[in-house]
Design a protein around this ligand. Structure first.
Ligand code: GDP
Ligand code: MG
Length: 744
């Protein structure tokens, strides 16, 4: 398309390099083939108008061919629009040219001037298609329309330029057809050329206004706008210029005066007049501005021109919405570049660390994220808020959504990492502190360690979560994650406490075993003394008999277990174990203690051990008299009788020892009562390492009778046989010694 356009018609042809446009002489916005030049935006960028927001103005000039329009613009604005050569008098091409005012200083900022060529086709006997299209284009975009007119044409109502004005008025109605709420107006600025001075400007003005009103009443108005008045759409301003050739100096000075009017102005209070006598300051009234941000002007103008060229009804509100959508998307993409530059490396880092299985806690994430977000949204707001409000609001929400989703993902993963790291740190710290406490002799308070580490770990997480908070952004409140983290720490604490309970249980069980070893060993050792079952009865204590060995064993056992239970309870309470946990621990302890007791008894009744005890018991009865004095056997002694009594007495122990029975009930101890019901806090893991107990764990198929049977029937018989053999040996030896005593 570039090929169709000349950057400037300055006789040198267009620049050979189509990428580097020479905009020195402005830009052809619409060419003679009615094509739009998309390089306009480039031109606006080059001239720094694009960055001006609403601080720019657009002026178009209209008028018959060769009325000095381009000459006027070039003098007014320092532009270089092509002027018909005096000598050649050749026809200038059709098209619309644009140039930025180069005489800035005393005039408003960023005035863009459009030189509409080839209008007034009627003058040349052409069809008026281009005239209508360019008029519509100019009206849709320009604040001020300069109508260039010879003085001698004023009052010639049938004159050609009046036809042009008629066109302007008619196409103007089209603009308001779709947009009845449109509040924008335009200024028709009549510049009367070759003013001789005989007729004062005021008279020319009156004549023109009469003509305009006349033309207005003659045009056909669309339905709904039949009663509209010319003042509803237009203000008028007037100026006269002397003959450029005949009065060159005066022409220059008047043009300068005219130029000074291109500044901001306002309407006099309470005035609804349309005449420039009611305007103060310059010609640029805020209500003339089309409110198209400069960086969207090119796109907007293109859309307008497309509609005009394809003869569609010009729908400015829709065009403005389309423009807003296009530009907001563009701006959103632009502002996201900086956001991306700040955030993408963090996303990459996070993804990498997650892949490596070590999710990273990214330093300064909250600050970087909040800053990137704020910048991005602010930049978008600055540029995009100039566009259609509804579109802007939607697009802003879309943008926020997009960047927030990225930040959210980043923050969530970050907190997940912080969560993981925190749990590990907490667990390690507690474990290490416990280890250190154990090393230092076990004087540590588990509950204190947990509390201290929990506070510390929570504080770190809280700081991390708070550092991510963005003021006024609801999703960045991570309190729920904090609460989840706290809950997990409590779970970990419970697990660690359970481990601590296990360690405590093991210590207490060891203690029980060791105490049982001593106490039960002592009771069985007493069997070795066969006289009445009592060794040397301690003073005050009822002499123990062999018959109540199980009562004594059970009593010792109950006392040891009772002491162990209170030790366990005290310690468990100190680290704030729950009642349930304590009950489970005690239940386990009682069961393990019983098993330990059984093991100890089994050790005592192991063949060699029990045989030795029986032998000692027998020998004590056989070899010593009632007073504990060793017997010296004489042939006259009733060795056989003593032997038989001692043997039978000792043999009587075997059935006694073979079953754990209490004398008070002649029954086994009530293990069900001792162990107690299973507490409801028991979890599967709590039972795994427990040995089943007959009569207590019913489904084990082992009865209490079996559980309390110490010597099985075959073992018993075997023991009796062995004992008898042993006793026989002792008897024979005694017999021999008695005979030997006589022969001696
Ligand atoms: P345009 O077609 O309306 O843009 O007119 P130009 O600016 O190309 O000028 C057409 C011719 O009118 C040129 O030969 C100019 O020298 C001449 N011209 C320019 N300004 C004036 C003026 O103020 N008075 C008169 N009489 N001729 C002028
Ligand atoms: Mg011209």
């Amino acid at each position: 398309m570039n090929g169709h356009f000349a950057a400037v018609d300055n006789g040198n042809g267009s620049s050979p390099d189509s990428n580097a446009h020479n905009f020195e002489h402005g830009i052809q916005v619409i060419n003679e083939d009615k094509q739009y030049n998309t390089n306009l935006n480039e031109y606006l960028n080059e001239t720094h108008v694009a960055e001006a927001g609403f601080n720019y103005h657009l002026i178009s000039v209209f008028g018959s061919q060769s009325t000095g329009k381009s000459t006027l613009l070039n003098h007014l604005f320092g532009t270089q629009f092509s002027v018909m050569s005096e000598r050649e008098r050749r026809q200038t091409t059709k098209g619309i040219w644009m140039s930025k005012n180069k005489n800035e200083g005393k005039m408003a900022d960023n005035i863009l001037v459009m030189d509409v060529e080839g209008t007034d086709g009627r003058e040349r006997g052409e069809d008026q298609d281009f005239e209508r299209k360019s008029a519509l284009f100019a009206l849709a975009t320009s604040e001020v329309l300069i109508v260039n007119i010879w003085e001698h044409q004023v009052g010639l109502y049938q004159g050609a330029n009046m036809g042009l004005l008629k066109t302007v008025f008619e196409v103007n109605m089209q603009l308001f057809l779709k947009d009845k709420q449109n509040q924008t107006r335009s200024l028709l600025f009549f510049v009367i050329r070759d003013h001789i001075g005989v007729t004062p400007l005021a008279n020319l003005r009156n004549t023109l206004i009469q003509d305009l009103t006349h033309i207005w009443s003659s045009i056909s108005k669309p339905a709904g706008l039949e009663n509209s008045k010319i003042e509803d759409y237009f203000d008028f301003a007037f100026a006269a210029l002397p003959h450029k050739i005949l009065q060159p100096d005066k022409f220059i000075s008047e043009v300068q005066k005219l130029g000074s009017r291109f500044i901001a102005g306002h309407r006099n209070k309470d005035s609804d007049a349309t005449d420039d006598q009611e305007l103060t300051g310059g010609v640029f009234l805020p209500e003339y501005h089309r409110r198209i941000p400069a960086d969207g002007l090119s796109i907007y103008a293109e859309g307008i021109w497309d509609q005009i060229v394809s003869n569609k009804d010009l729908d400015l509100p829709t065009q403005q919405e389309l423009l807003a959508q296009f530009r907001c998307d563009e701006i959103a993409r632009e502002v996201q570049i900086a956001f991306d530059a700040a955030i993408a490396p963090l996303e990459e880092q996070q993804a990498e660390s997650t892949r490596a299985g070590k999710p990273a806690v990214l330093p300064d994430l909250g600050q970087i994220g909040a800053e990137a977000r704020e910048k991005c949204v602010k930049n978008f707001e600055t540029q995009a808020s100039r566009y259609h409000k509804g579109v802007y609001t939607t697009k802003r929400a879309e943008l926020e959504d997009k960047i927030d989703n990225r930040l959210k993902a980043l923050y969530q993963a970050h907190l997940t990492a912080a969560h993981k790291a925190g749990v590990t740190a907490f667990s390690d710290a507690v474990t290490n502190a416990v280890k250190a406490g154990q090393k230092a002799g076990g004087a540590y308070e588990f509950a204190e360690i947990v509390e201290k580490q929990k506070t510390k770990t929570l504080e770190i997480f809280k700081k991390e979560a708070q550092s991510l908070a963005i003021p006024g952004v609801a999703w960045s409140n991570f309190k729920p994650q904090y609460l989840i983290f706290e809950k997990e720490l409590d779970e970990v604490s419970a697990r660690l406490r359970k481990e601590e309970m296990r360690r405590l249980a093991i210590r207490v069980e060891r203690w029980v075993k060791s105490r049982l070893g001593d106490a039960i060993g002592l009771e069985f050792n007493k069997l070795g003394s066969g006289r009445g079952g009592s060794g040397a009865p301690e003073s005050g204590e009822k002499p123990a008999t062999e018959k109540d060995i199980w009562d004594r064993v059970w009593k010792a056992f109950i006392s040891i277990v009772g002491e162990a239970e209170s030790r366990f309870t005290d310690r468990a309470k100190s680290f704030e174990a729950s009642d349930d946990e304590v009950q489970v621990g005690l239940w386990r302890l009682r069961r393990k203690s019983w098993v330990a007791l059984r093991e100890k008894i089994e050790e005592e009744v192991m063949e060699s051990n029990i045989l030795m005890k029986l032998r000692e018991n027998f020998e004590d009865k056989f070899r010593y008299d009632e007073d504990g004095v060793p017997r010296i056997w004489r042939p006259s002694d009733d060795i056989e009788g003593i032997y038989t009594r001692a043997r039978e007495s000792t043999l009587g122990l075997v059935p006694l020892l073979s079953r754990f029975r209490l004398t008070s009930t002649s029954a086994p101890p009530d293990l069900i009562e001792f162990v107690g019901p299973q507490p409801h806090g028991v979890e599967p893991g709590d039972e795994e390492d427990l040995t089943p107990i007959g009569g207590v764990d019913e489904d084990e198929g082992k009865s209490l009778e079996e559980e309390t049977t110490i010597l099985s029937e075959p073992k018993k018989q075997d023991l009796v046989v062995r004992f008898k053999k042993m006793a026989d040996g002792v008897y024979v030896e005694a017999k021999r010694s008695a005979i030997g005593g006589i022969t001696q």
